[in-house]
Design a protein around this ligand. Sequence first.
Ligand SMILES: [Zn+2]
Length: 307
Amino acid sequence: MPSAAPMRTLAVIIASLSFGALGLSCSGGTSADSPPATNLPTVVVTYSVLAAVVGDLVGGTADVVTLIPDGQDPHDFAPSAKDVETINDAVFVVANGLHFEEGLDGLLGKLRDADGPVFFVGEHIAVRNMAEGDDHVADHAATDPHLWLSPGAMLEMLPALATELGTALNTDLTAALNAVSADLTALDTEIDDIMAQVDNCKLITGHDELGYFADRYNCELLGAVIPSSTTTSEASAGGLAALKEVIDEHDAKVVFVGLGTPQAVSAQIVKETGVRLVELSTHVMGSVTSYADFMRLVANQLADALK
Ligand SMILES: [Zn+2]
């Protein structure tokens, strides 16, 4: 029988090995002594921009997996059998909701109905309604899902997320919540300063995607190539005629386009009105890796084109 002292030492070594594995989620050890990184609990987040915020909150306590590959349009994503498995195996799932991830509505709804661990950000913020006349597609699209384009909305939902996620991970996320909240508050001020460079912020976009941003930073939404809260709607002849009138009336110079904006239609608008197209990444991270850089890039591109 070993004496008590070596047993205690062994317990300390095992404990420190476990903590080491937690801290280094990218270490590739797979032996029994050094558990693989996949032993960390998996938190699935539907899209990349939201995943960046969730990643800041959980730090090294979980593996954050982004379901919809960055670069794909989240409005228009259909899950594979493997994606279904990934969601079902997750300790916790974070989704936007408000019908943003249209192709995941059924799957996430089933998870919710079964009291599964799913958090819809849209249930924890003041939801923006689409302006009357903006959206003729369907009643369920009458609310605006583009909440991540305001750090204020992220701040609003964060306490509830930290509580639910902390319970699922059996970890106290209070310190992380405070740190991320402070960062988001500073980011909000920074973007306010960037947009203050624009005297008269009037926006024409690919679809109706900058509502939360416009409400927060005093911009006016003039119109959109696809006058809808989703890229799965289509541009119409009537809508385009109305948009051309708006461009003339306000002497607009720029249309901000992106993922899901039909190129042929944008080209037609350029030809008929002489506006300039500016590519804006509002739904995917693209070249940046943090939420703060994502928002800075959006704000700087808007300000540079409009000032
Ligand atoms: Zn959108």
